[in-house]
Design a protein around this ligand. Structure first.
Ligand code: PAF
Length: 279
């Protein structure tokens, strides 16, 4: 595996690949790789000639400095996982390689940025679009792979691509779950044993709502979900939404896709999960 830490090295190598007519797939990550990330890389390997995985804990998408500070960074283990899976390129830049000291620009993607996660983590998606825009610009991937786990992020990046006519195709890959249903996340590492058990209420509730979904009964279903999650010790619900899969506004009879999304603090760890429940 090629391991680059500078833009110049990466671009030089990619220019050679493009000159040979190779297609480039990008899997952007913040590291602490788990099977969810590896499934994105496998998908990229099936569709592209050369796969770049980036590991960059992007400071501009953290609205809480303590969260940034404690974000896991097991780089040696990550490199081993990428080598084992035969990833072609790891791009692992330092913050100074990506940002100048005085960068204050951001993109305005519209209302999607301020709903749900955007409401609880103001500025988060502006940081995400800032860094993803930079990576698209630098790497010029033909295809970029993102996990459904952050469904709102997928919609926002899709919107950025459309607004700016960026020549990249976005593929959303399914959520990978532990055998008991917990959505894989780099943050799961922080869950104490009891929290790990209590966290299952999120996927269990999503499944239950999917089973009982009825477009005419959304307020009652939402209330039931909120009550069940709130009754778990150590779990503090931020939101449970039953939303239109394109706008993330409340689902209605015209919604082509209906999705349930949840965010909650379990112990000290904030988790998100979602499930497409109709469409
Ligand atoms: O989903 C993530 O891990 C991050 O938001 C991303 C897309 C790598 C941007 O920093």
């Amino acid at each position: 595996m090629e391991h680059f830490t500078t833009k110049a090295q990466l671009q030089q190598f990619l220019a050679l690949q493009s000159a040979k007519g190779k297609t480039i797939g990008l899997v952007p990550t913040m590291g602490a790789l788990h099977n969810g990330h590896l499934s994105l890389i496998k998908q990229a390997q099936q569709q592209c000639d050369v796969v770049v995985c980036s590991i960059f804990v992007n400071p501009t998408q953290f609205n809480d400095p303590a969260d940034l500070e404690k974000y896991p960074r097991p780089i040696a283990q990550d490199i081993k996982k990428l080598e084992d899976i035969n990833c072609d390129i790891l791009f692992e830049p330092a913050v100074a390689e990506i940002y100048d000291n005085n960068e204050h620009w951001h993109l305005n993607i519209g209302p999607l940025e301020d709903l749900l996660e955007g409401k609880y983590r103001p500025g988060h998606y502006q940081g995400v679009t800032q860094v993803v825009h930079k990576f698209f610009d630098l790497i010029k991937p033909d295809v970029a792979f993102f996990g459904q786990k952050d469904y709102q992020q997928v919609l926002i990046i899709r919107r950025m691509i459309a607004l700016l006519n960026m020549p990249v195709k976005l593929i959303m890959c399914p959520i990978e779950r532990e055998t008991d249903g917990l959505a894989m996340s780099s943050r799961n590492i922080h869950l104490a044993a009891d929290d790990r058990k209590h966290a299952l209420i999120l996927s269990q509730t999503l499944n239950k709502i999917k089973q009982h979904f009825d477009i005419n009964n959304i307020p009652a279903l939402k209330q039931q979900a909120e009550d069940e999650i709130n009754s778990k010790p150590g779990v503090q619900l931020d939101y449970f939404a039953i939303a239109d899969g394109e706008t993330l506004l409340p689902a209605n009879k015209n919604s082509k896709i209906t999705i349930a999304l949840v965010a909650a603090k379990v112990g000290h760890t904030r988790l998100i999960d979602n499930m497409i429940i109709a469409g």
